[in-house]
Design a protein around this ligand. Structure first.
Ligand SMILES: Cc1cc2nc3c(=O)[nH]c(=O)nc-3n(C[C@H](O)[C@H](O)[C@H](O)COP(=O)(O)OP(=O)(O)OC[C@H]3O[C@@H](n4cnc5c(N)ncnc54)[C@H](O)[C@@H]3O)c2cc1C
Length: 347
């Protein structure tokens, strides 16, 4: 089935109006500031809207990619075919439990830093470790985002997903709402059950190979979360948040990036290994391994995804040669990676 982007855009425009765009540059929607065009780009701002779009795409076999704030994503220079939908669902409520805790019921598109700024004055603690994590809560579940010795797994109780795993280019099955409890999510260091499926592998030359994509990608879309909060002095929360922000300012580069590029290997730091391998400050095109923190690749202005990939390959190969350590990517690859994509296995 072919995807007629012009016809899809025209059909959906009647509903989305100013929130739908044709041939939208993805470099505007990720913190790396790189990436080609999305055929059709949409900002979704309600759960009904999200679920209706997923149903429609599954029925019509339109490829759909759902993303959050794009702070952990490297888009291909050739962009993304089909629809890219950004989750900007941002409502939340706080249910006090009467025992000094509360359940935060949040939509998955809530931005972590914004939420913190609102929770701290109310005296609700739990998420204060993340002022430097610029993503959405949904994106934070995928990678079990964390910092300062805490992570999402310590506060997350459950999530709700819209499950479209039954639909593919060849078949349609009605997507359904499903709830996962904490213990079903397989959360560990920068890992969740959702990540295993799209783990980036490396070929013999050391090029990253994007995982195969499904018609509705991810096939399980997080729509809502339940997070446990606890009572804390607003003053103490503000102080911690400020302290974490200052730490970031001192240790992380200011240029565009997607945070840490590689996961830390057990018992070590990816940044230390890359630095010791002599790669700190290395430039390729308009991308650079940060001279402030070697696990950050920064866009010095006008970098391409190919520039970033060249540095990923070089850093990983050098670390492997020198230390025998195989670094794993922390950043996710999205879009049309051509030969750098793992082909789906024949059925
Ligand atoms: C300067 C900087 C500092 C950072 N520091 C940290 C840090 O300290 N700790 C840390 O853990 N991370 C850090 N990050 C990385 C990033 O902010 C986190 O990984 C964040 O959780 C990603 O959220 P996002 O909404 O931007 O996800 P995106 O990049 O938009 O998406 C990431 C992946 O999740 C999928 N996804 C997004 N939303 C959903 C959803 N609702 N349902 C299903 N799948 C979804 C997307 O398809 C994509 O594959 C940093 C990034 C930057 C730029």
């Amino acid at each position: 089935m072919t995807f007629d982007a012009e016809a899809v855009y025209t059909e959906l425009h009647a509903h989305f109006r100013g929130r739908i765009r044709r041939n939208e540059s993805l470099s505007r929607h990720c913190t790396f500031g790189v990436g080609g065009l999305a055929d059709v780009w949409i900002a979704l701002d309600s759960r009904d809207e999200l679920m209706n779009l997923v149903r429609l795409c599954a029925e019509r076999r339109w490829p759909l990619l759902l993303v959050g704030n794009g702070t952990n994503t490297l888009y291909a220079d050739t962009g993304v075919r089909g629809i890219v939908a950004r989750n900007v669902l941002n409502k939340y409520t706080i249910e006090e439990q009467g025992d000094g805790t509360a359940l935060l019921l949040a939509e998955a598109g809530v931005s972590w830093p914004r939420l913190l700024n609102e929770l701290a004055p109310l005296g609700w603690g739990g998420l204060e470790f993340g002022p430097g994590i610029p993503g959405t809560l949904g994106g934070g579940v995928i990678s079990n985002a964390g910092a300062h010795n805490s992570d999402m797994s310590q506060v997350l109780e459950w999530i709700e997903v819209f499950d479209a795993r039954g639909s593919s280019v060849d078949q349609y099955s009605v997507p359904m709402v499903r709830r996962y409890q904490h213990n079903e999510l397989d959360l560990s260091y920068r890992h969740s059950r959702f990540r295993e499926l799209r783990r980036v592998r490396f070929n013999e030359q050391g090029n990253p190979m994007a995982a195969a994509r499904s018609l509705i990608e991810p096939a399980e879309i997080i729509t809502r979360l339940g997070i446990r909060l606890h009572r804390e002095e607003p003053q103490k929360l503000r102080k911690l948040i400020e302290q974490y922000k200052q730490h970031r300012k001192k240790t992380q580069p200011v240029q565009q990036s997607a945070g840490s590029v590689f996961k830390n290997p057990p018992g070590d730091f990816a940044g230390r290994l890359i630095e010791q391998a002599g790669m700190k400050g290395t430039i390729h095109g308009k991308a650079q391994i940060s001279d402030r923190h070697a696990n950050f690749i920064v866009n010095s202005g006008g970098a391409s995804a190919a520039d970033v990939v060249a540095l990923i390959r070089e850093a990983r190969n050098r670390v492997h040669e020198k230390f025998g350590v195989d670094l794993e990517l922390e950043v996710e690859l999205r879009g049309e990676w051509g030969e750098y994509r793992v082909q789906p296995e024949a059925q």
